[in-house]
Design a protein around this ligand. Structure first.
Ligand SMILES: O=P(O)(O)OC[C@H]1O[C@H](OP(=O)(O)OP(=O)(O)O)[C@H](O)[C@@H]1O
Ligand code: HPA
Length: 185
């Protein structure tokens, strides 16, 4: 599909919001001695790195890969764990870090799996939330930005594995192909 990217949330706005989230999360976990940030790959890698650097409470980091979209714009609803955590989370305070919550299928499956491992607590922080698309309810403690139902990219989020490097959130806008063939004269 031919498309262009339009800026939806600027780099500066994201930076300021991440700093606020860092303060709120640090206050929440100020007494925790076993905080682990768990990033869902691949999308969360940029937000995870930004957030980890503004959380003032000591913590470890771990990553899990669960994929449902593949290279498509539609969720397959068939969420697979492709790479599990490296460490045990029993008794730990888990902060699950997501780039975007859309249908909620990915996180609800991941939560089901992680809750079976007896963590002390699990909370979710997502950079973006598209609540109008929700199919599965998930309790989200911290949301960077609530966005409308648009397909977005940037800050780790992809379209067909592209655009993850963009420092802003952009919206994917289809470009109409011209149906008229070029004239012969
Ligand atoms: O709420 P949902 O409808 O489940 O959608 C959200 C998930 O979709 C994206 O992952 P994707 O499967 O595209 O993999 P990625 O992280 O590698 O981009 C995104 O990173 C979230 O994990
Ligand atoms: O808007 C989106 N963009 C990219 N990946 C996604 N996965 C769920 N929603 C989105």
């Amino acid at each position: 599909m031919k498309h262009k990217i339009e800026v939806m949330i600027s780099e500066q706005t994201i930076k300021e919001r991440v700093a606020q989230l860092g303060k709120e999360i640090s206050a929440h976990y100020q007494d925790s001695e076993n905080l682990v940030m768990v990033g869902l790959l691949r999308g969360s890698f940029v937000f995870m790195a930004d957030l980890a650097r503004v959380i003032e409470v000591g913590h470890s980091v771990d990553f899990l890969t669960a994929s449902s979209y593949g290279n498509n714009m539609e969720s397959s609803r068939d969420v697979h764990i492709l790479k599990d955590l490296d460490d045990n989370i029993e008794g730990k305070d888990v902060l699950l870090v997501e780039d975007i919550i859309d249908t909620g299928n990915t996180l609800s499956k991941v939560l089901q799996i992680l809750n079976l491992r007896a963590p002390n607590s699990i909370q979710i922080c997502t950079l973006l939330d598209k609540p109008t698309r929700r199919e599965q309810h998930v309790d989200v403690k911290w949301v960077g930005f609530v966005i409308p139902d648009e397909f977005v990219v940037g800050v780790g989020i992809d379209y067909a594995q592209q655009y993850r490097h963009l420092p802003y959130i952009g919206k994917v806008v289809p470009i109409e192909e011209d149906p008229t063939p070029p004239s012969a004269d």
